[in-house]
Design a protein around this ligand. Sequence first.
Ligand SMILES: Cc1cc2nc3c(=O)[nH]c(=O)nc-3n(C[C@H](O)[C@H](O)[C@H](O)COP(=O)(O)OP(=O)(O)OC[C@H]3O[C@@H](n4cnc5c(N)ncnc54)[C@H](O)[C@@H]3O)c2cc1C
Ligand code: FES
Length: 278
Amino acid sequence: MKRLQLVDSPYLVKEAKVCEVRQMTEHEKYFKLMLRDEPDLDHEPGQFVMVSIFGVGEAPISICSSPTKKGYFELVVRKVGKVTSAIHRLEVGDTVGIRGPFGRGFPVRILEGNDLLFVAGGLGLVPLRSLVDFVIDNRRDFGRVHILLGCRSPKDILFKDEVESWARRIDVDFSCTVDRADPDWKGNVGLITSLIPGVDLDPTRTFAVVVGPPIMYRFVIKELLKKGIPEKQIIVSLERHMKCGIGKCGHCQIGNYYCCQDGPVFSYDEIKDNLEAL
Ligand SMILES: Cc1cc2nc3c(=O)[nH]c(=O)nc-3n(C[C@H](O)[C@H](O)[C@H](O)COP(=O)(O)OP(=O)(O)OC[C@H]3O[C@@H](n4cnc5c(N)ncnc54)[C@H](O)[C@@H]3O)c2cc1C
Ligand code: FES
């Protein structure tokens, strides 16, 4: 009788050790992890893993580190419920279960040689950071890079030191805005859409990569289309409730697509008929 091989099964849970934990903002924590039996996850920017906490459950979480960083991977988790609260209780030295990487990431090979406009709203910076870091680590392979970041308030800005280092680079145009300023804030105040008209770009060779809360997409995409960026060149990453993560259960369906397998990254022309309903 043929024995069941679990070695390459998407159901196989790999063990990963927590190497670093940092409180990033009031609700978000950063985790650096290392797989126990493999050197690397071998992921693409924009993919996610299913993180499991024994006896509690599993949740899809974006890998926020670039595959150019070897020997570890990074996650940022917002505490919203059962699994994410259990993840927040993890300490250095603890072990978690990991399945994946899963999903279709950002189309890096298509983006190469083109100008990029990154638009990140709030927690959207988490999956986007894996691509921004990949681009910065391979800077010569890409054209002009614009990064627009929008947050509720200055204290909600994730990866503050890194974001400041992007702002200082001469090969990156960076702008940030907050909905509500505090007395020390010297930057823009207003919605992220207010930054788009001022970006100097060539729409024929610009790919816009947009990640943020569902409400943001409609307004941001409207501004990008006004700038003349073709629908095929607008890339979004979507979040749906997920169970299996591998196209079996149907929980994450968006129109004809399974977000876990066909996405989470889509071009706007693929998903535009379903975006309004999300
Ligand atoms: C592809 C993908 C990537 C993700 N990446 C990240 C990430 O990098 N960091 C991060 O903090 N979160 C991320 N999420 C969201 C995260 O998976 C959910 O917050 C998590 O599953 C909630 O589990 P819970 O048991 O803590 O909450 P529950 O106790 O199940 O629910 C608490 C609340 O969260 C809502 N919720 C549950 N699941 C989701 C979901 N998938 N999307 C939105 N709301 C949800 C529920 O409706 C409820 O209101 C991602 C989701 C997807 C699909
Ligand atoms: S999560 Fe099961 S089909 Fe996508």
